[in-house]
Write a protein that binds this ligand. Structure first.
Ligand SMILES: NC(=O)c1ccc[n+]([C@@H]2O[C@H](COP(=O)([O-])OP(=O)(O)OC[C@H]3O[C@@H](n4cnc5c(N)ncnc54)[C@H](OP(=O)(O)O)[C@@H]3O)[C@@H](O)[C@H]2O)c1
Length: 315
């Protein structure tokens, strides 16, 4: 099968297109024919991309761990009825990912693709929406009527955090670039702050939950806007490994969750949630997508790679 994988070693990694053996599903696993995969550029620096679970150096990883596609084969102990099902979801960070014609995953990491979304759109959802869901509801225990500040409201995760918080009945303030202010307010934010034009801590206070997708100085300055019992959640890759106890407690890594994917899918099909695809690129252009050098893009939402033309695999 065709795939994009990492060559070189830590610090000097490059993506190269390669022919690789098609993976086979093991016991209890699904083989997915990938139609589209979501791209998270920072993933190339994440620990599981460059390390094996044993801690040794990992060579040749296939990136992208969210996708939309079709169940192509099943391992032992999985019902044959699964074959042909259109699904969206994630696979394990340490497994070869979805920048390939096929990848292997667990049945509990996928759910039926929302009927209202194309495969390109569906591939842009799992990591962003699950991260927002788990950060707001599982970690911060957001309640209706509370006040939330979302940093990076136009990003691949932030756009879901704004919408899910609003759907839950929270009051949402978000930060974004000037060109995204109107977009983020259409998603449901009551106040959107241009982070280059103003200091957010001079505009908001008494926040119940900060959902931070930026980290660094933005995270440092955010503690001051929280209420005494306020909760901080950060997902920023630069917060991983931070030794500050408060940051350690605030940081988490998204996990696949079938039940949450089902609930997110229902919100799409009820037109209560929307996704935004920043640009769609063929496999050959994914190295440029990871370095941010794709020119034809909206500047908001998620980059998506198409692996297989949907009409070639859907009857
Ligand atoms: N821990 C986890 O489980 C997990 C999961 C997914 C992603 N992540 C990490 O989370 C981060 C965000 O991911 P993403 O996919 O949402 O990235 P993204 O699509 O690139 O979005 C980042 C957003 O941050 C905004 N931004 C940049 N500087 C800012 C600042 N100083 N203040 C406010 N907003 C600012 C940008 O807004 P404008 O375009 O409007 O300028 C952009 O929309 C990355 O570090 C990624 O690695 C972690």
């Amino acid at each position: 099968m065709r795939a994009m994988c990492l060559a070189g070693s830590a610090g000097k990694l490059a993506l190269i297109e390669k022919d690789m053996p098609q993976p086979q599903p093991g016991r209890g696993e699904l083989l997915i024919r990938i139609i589209a995969a979501g791209i998270t550029p920072a993933e190339l620096t994440w620990y599981p991309t460059t390390h094996l679970q044993t801690g040794e150096e990992r060579i040749g990883a296939v990136p992208a761990h969210e996708f939309s596609g079709i169940v192509a084969a099943v391992g032992e102990e999985v019902a044959d009825a699964e074959i042909g099902r259109q699904v969206y979801g994630m696979n394990d960070w340490f497994a070869d990912g979805a920048l390939a014609e096929y990848c292997v995953t667990q049945p509990s990491s996928v759910a039926a693709k929302p009927a209202s979304l194309t495969h390109d759109e569906a591939a842009s959802v799992p990591i962003g929406a699950l991260t927002a869901w788990q950060g707001l509801f599982d970690h911060a225990k957001l309640q209706p009527g509370e006040r939330v500040l979302v940093h990076g409201g136009a990003g691949g995760v932030g756009l879901f955090a704004v919408q899910l918080a609003r759907n839950r009945g929270a009051h949402v303030t978000a930060t974004a670039s000037a060109h995204n202010l109107e977009f983020v307010s259409r998603l449901g934010a009551e106040q959107v702050i241009d982070y280059r034009g103003a200091r957010f801590e001079e505009q908001v206070r008494d926040i119940d939950v900060v959902f931070d997708t930026v980290g660094g100085e933005t995270l440092d300055r955010s503690w001051a806007v929280l209420k005494p019992a306020g909760r901080m959640v950060t997902i920023a890759s630069n917060a991983e490994g931070n030794m500050d106890d408060r940051v350690k407690q605030a940081f988490f890594i998204v996990e696949p969750d079938q039940n949450q994917l089902v609930q997110i899918g229902k919100l799409f099909d009820a037109a209560r949630l929307q996704t935004v695809v920043d640009a769609v690129v063929p496999l050959s252009e994914t190295p440029a997508a990871f370095t941010g050098s794709i020119r034809e893009r909206l500047g908001r939402g998620k980059l998506v790679a198409t692996l297989t033309a949907a009409e070639n695999v859907l009857q």
